[in-house]
Design a protein around this ligand. Structure first.
Ligand SMILES: [Cu+2]
Length: 560
């Protein structure tokens, strides 16, 4: 790695020119989202100075924070998530509203579903159909997307595609059918950079009728992973007219589990604990481990794996889910650690970064049921394999469509352009932290346009109007161009269908699982096989909230 002396050569006081170009497609406009705040500095990593040419600049377009003018102390305190068990035919009222959250001693006006953060944990049997009456009582238009659920298109909750955004005071009734057992989550699909980050997310667990669908476990725990960007005692405001942090997405400096900065569970000696993991962060990819306790990966987004495997750690990109079993053989305190490789852009070096998300305390009393034997068996899920067998005939055929992932910028500060020109001489396949928050903060969705480009037609983003017949199997090849202005990984999410990641860089995936979100590292070519079985108009998009807000989305029509 080369030292990054370019910083010293950058000029001072480069004027900040905002472009009038609007790259958005009308789906994420927020009229009335303007406030007068003149902006504020953002926290920088220790020992990292702001780039001289960026000092004193603020993003264009004003700022937004929830509950403007409301004293947080007058809001109801957020409650922890409660389990709501529903049967087919049941109705749930779900209201997004302002709540007070107290994080590290500071109180903020934020959001919650039914006053809870995370929102209610909806637990249903497989094949249930429920009705959710959504009420919007927050100060932004909203909607609810049922992430990963192959439901009726009308209830997909994608404003601009399947419904109009729900204005404050408005209601929308969703019919949610759960055809697949597994772990899912719900969240808004309007200004996700604000609404998800402020607390609007919740899980759904869909239970299979098969008694030993998963191996036995002594306990179950839900971990919704999130991060929050705080400067001293203040939330760093959001872009008023569209997302800021448009280059890398907003990477928080406080790591949260279930909305709290410290997570604690207590188990017994020898206990097998099942963790339901969901990454709800705007941009951060996690690499989780449990102080060496063995982790068995059981399931991901929409199914179990073909085969259970033991792993040292679990990587979760935004919106991905994993079901894991962890066995705690000895009493003691096990830290839950996010261990990643940070890039110091100033020094041009990689360095390890460890964050403790919480602790598992293991009592000396043995667990009442001893599942050591079952835990030691790595199960082969033949039902998953035999279902996927029907699709293997398509694995080797030529891709039906190829998309290149790239970006265009316009009107960025000169210092940013100069820095990036040098910085992207090398790249990391996955950026785990934000090593340059000043540059990132100052980039808005008016200056940065993230792009899916159709290799065959040259069409981009929402101009890619792709029709496939219901019941067809589609091979989609994605290439993440490492030579773009700011190469970065993208967790790509497809609504309403299921897909297999069949190959990465030409290497066949050996242990398959049905997914709805797949991480595409920089420089990688990833082949997805889509089971296009659910008719309707469905979004394909990057799940980094700010990349979505900066245009990285396309439509796939599954024709009936
Ligand atoms: Cu992206």
């Amino acid at each position: 790695m080369k030292p990054r002396c370019i910083l010293l050569a950058l000029s001072l006081g480069v004027p900040f020119v905002a472009s009038a170009q609007d790259p958005m497609n009308g789906m994420h406009h927020m009229p009335g989202m303007k406030h007068d705040s003149a902006g504020m500095p953002i926290p920088m990593p220790q020992g990292m100075p702001m780039i001289p040419g960026l000092v004193g600049l603020v993003p264009s377009g004003g700022t937004f924070l929830p509950g403007a003018g409301i004293d947080p102390e007058r809001l109801p305190p957020a409650k922890p998530s409660e389990v709501v068990r529903l049967r087919s035919g049941d109705t749930l009222d779900l209201t997004a509203r302002l709540v007070r959250r107290t994080i590290k001693g500071h109180s903020f006006a934020m959001y919650g579903y039914n006053g809870e953060v995370p929102g209610p944990l909806i637990r249903v049997p497989q094949n249930a159909t429920i009705v959710v009456r959504f009420h919007n009582d927050i100060d932004l238009p909203s909607a609810v997307h049922w992430h990963g659920v192959r439901l009726d298109n009308r209830s997909d909750g994608a404003p601009g595609v399947t419904q109009e955004p729900v204005q404050r005071g408005g209601t929308f009734v969703y019919t949610v059918h759960f055809p697949d057992a597994g772990l899912y989550w719900y969240h808004p699909h309007v200004r996700e950079d604000v609404q998800q980050s402020m607390g609007l997310f919740g899980n759904m667990i869909v239970d299979s009728p098969i008694a030993d669908y998963y191996a036995p476990a002594n306990s179950e725990h839900v971990m919704m992973l999130d991060d929050l960007l705080i400067n001293g005692d203040t939330l760093v405001p959001f872009g008023g007219e569209g997302p800021d942090f448009a280059l890398m997405g907003r990477v928080g400096n406080v790591l949260l589990v279930n909305g709290e900065p410290s997570y604690a569970v207590r188990v017994k000696k020898g206990e097998v604990a099942r963790f339901y993991l969901t990454n709800t962060a705007s941009s951060r990819t996690y690499n989780l481990s449990f102080s060496g306790a063995p982790i068995k990966v059981v399931a991901s987004d929409q199914s179990r794996f073909e085969r259970e495997v033991l792993v040292p750690s679990v990587v979760l990109a935004p919106a991905e889910r994993y079901v894991i079993d962890v066995r705690f053989a000895q009493p003691g305190r096990y830290a839950i650690v996010n261990a990643v490789q940070a890039i110091n852009h100033y020094k041009g070096e990689f360095e390890p970064q460890l964050d403790t998300l919480g602790f598992v305390t293991v009592d000396a009393t043995p667990a009442t049921a001893d599942y050591a034997h079952a835990f030691a068996i790595l199960r082969a899920n033949h039902a998953v394999t035999s279902e996927i067998d029907r699709y293997r005939q398509y694995f080797d055929r030529a891709p039906d469509k190829r998309l290149t992932l790239t970006l265009q910028t316009t009107g960025l500060p000169l210092a940013t352009v100069q820095f990036m020109t040098i910085d992207t001489a090398y790249y990391a396949p996955v950026e785990w932290i934000d090593g340059m928050p000043d540059m990132n903060w100052l980039s808005t969705s008016k200056q940065v346009r993230w792009i899916f480009r159709d290799n065959a037609t040259g069409k981009e983003n929402m101009d890619i109007d792709w029709h496939v017949a219901r019941g067809s199997v589609v091979k989609l090849r994605l290439f993440n161009d490492p030579k773009s202005f700011h190469p970065m990984q993208h967790p790509i999410h497809l609504h309403g269908q299921r897909m297999l990641v069949i190959a990465r860089d030409g290497i066949r995936t050996r242990n398959l699982v049905w997914k709805d979100t797949a991480l595409i590292p920089v420089g990688s070519t990833v082949d997805l096989l889509i089971d296009a079985s659910n008719p309707g108009d469905w979004m394909l998009h990057c799940h980094i909230a700010e990349h979505l807000g900066a245009g990285m989305m396309a439509l796939i029509h599954v024709d009936p």
